[in-house]
Ligand binder design. Structure first.
Ligand code: NAD
Ligand code: ZN
Length: 353
């Protein structure tokens, strides 16, 4: 679990006070990985105070993080600084948060990040790392994974060293998120809750967080219950609780299929989950109906026919990625999932998207 967290509108102002005691020495910088959507945005960047050799790197979130991107960042840091950094601070959505987590792990673990994709493969504790979400939904700010696309698969580095040491939850940072993206990333949270609550791995721990986040999603996306600011606050906490819910259970069918789309077509996580979930009536009937209702309320038009032109080997690639995520299927459908989930079935589902 994340060991320290502050919450509140304006809490981003506490960043330098939080970091200063963690500075190891003047040659050990803090390195900020910031979504480049904030480049030239003084409202945010003027509150990051750089001292000594601290560095601020703007990074695009247009593509999801890859293992080679992580390895290149780590190599740059090692070559630039004699001393190991005092900390890595990720500011942005799931893309930047996952990058920050992965870089902090790879600064203390040998080899390439692709070698750590999987469960509990990380040997040494990461360096101090701080997560500051600027869009709500993925739960990356609280989770014990960092999802990376590698040469062979899209899979997280899941470990006890992955979670942030410190998180700053300042809902005001989400104020300029465009509506479509707000919906896609918000629905990631909704889908985390559905897959956790409807899964066979469910337990009292996961259920308590999942139910709270599910209810918050309804307040936000169906009832629009509260001011704009109140809804931002609620979505930030829904994201946190949704992440906590899957921490002790697992995601399910939508995530397995969405990883296939992401791997082959580069479809981003939030929108990919929406495209898939729209076709999962068979698995999650009431929740898919509610999802469609939320789409209508917010006038969201999802892309159609994204698999229409694909060749057989491309379908095979997506199916291999999806089927490789065994814990997700087992959570969704139980130990005998292989009796119902066949390659043909997945092909039919992908063909509908
Ligand atoms: P994102 O980080 O990819 O950002 C989506 C878009 O929103 C980008 O264009 C970004 O620039 C923009 N944006 C972010 N904050 C903004 C702001 N305040 N104002 C205006 N624009 C803003 O989106 P995401 O959905 O948060 O993250 C997706 C990533 O998270 C994927 O890589 C996925 O694999 C990962 N993920 C990780 C976990 C985990 O537990 N580690 C869980 C789910 C998803
Ligand atoms: Zn997700």
């Amino acid at each position: 679990m994340v060991s320290r967290v502050v919450f509140g509108r304006g809490s981003f102002n506490q960043l330098s006070d939080i970091l200063e005691p963690k500075r190891l020495n003047v040659k050990a910088p803090f390195i900020y990985l910031v979504d480049d959507v904030f480049k030239g945005n003084a409202w945010l960047t003027s509150r990051i105070s750089l001292a000594y050799e601290d560095q601020l790197l703007f990074i695009s979130a247009d593509k999801e993080p890859t293992t080679s991107q992580v390895d290149a960042l780590v190599e740059d840091i090692i070559l630039t600084y004699k001393d190991r950094p005092s900390g890595i601070i990720g500011i942005g959505g799931g893309t930047l948060l996952d990058l920050a987590k992965a870089v902090s792990i790879m600064l203390t673990n040998k080899g390439e990040s692709k070698d750590y994709q999987g469960w509990d493969l990380v040997k040494s504790p990461a360096i101090y790392h701080v997560g500051i979400p600027t869009i709500s939904g993925t739960g990356s700010e609280v989770s014990r994974t960092t999802v990376l696309t590698g040469p062979k698969r899209k899979l997280g580095i899941n470990s006890d060293y992955t979670p942030f040491d410190q998180v700053i939850l300042d809902p005001e940072l989400t104020k300029d998120v465009p509506t479509d993206q707000w919906f896609y990333t918000g629905m990631d949270c909704f889908i985390h809750c559905v897959e956790s609550l409807k899964g066979t791995y469910l337990n009292a721990f996961s259920q308590s967080y999942g139910e709270k986040a599910y209810d918050l999603c309804k307040e936000i996306f169906v009832e629009a219950n509260g001011s704009k600011e109140a809804l931002q606050d609620k979505l930030m906490m829904a994201s946190w609780h949704g992440g906590m819910s899957i921490a002790y259970s697992q995601v399910g069918v939508a995530h397995a299929l969405s990883y296939g789309l992401g791997y082959l077509l580069g479809t981003k996580h939030g929108i990919g989950n929406c495209i898939v979930f729209d076709h999962l009536e068979e698995f999650y009937p009431e929740d898919v109906a509610l999802f469609k209702h939320m789409k209508t309320i917010h006038n969201i038009k999802l892309p159609q026919g994204i698999c229409a032109q694909l060749a057989d080997d491309e379908f095979d690639t997506m199916i291999n990625v999806a089927l490789g995520l065994e814990p997700l299927w087992e959570n969704a459908l139980g130990k005998n999932w292989k009796q119902t989930i066949t390659r043909e079935k997945l092909r039919t589902l992908y063909e509908k998207m």
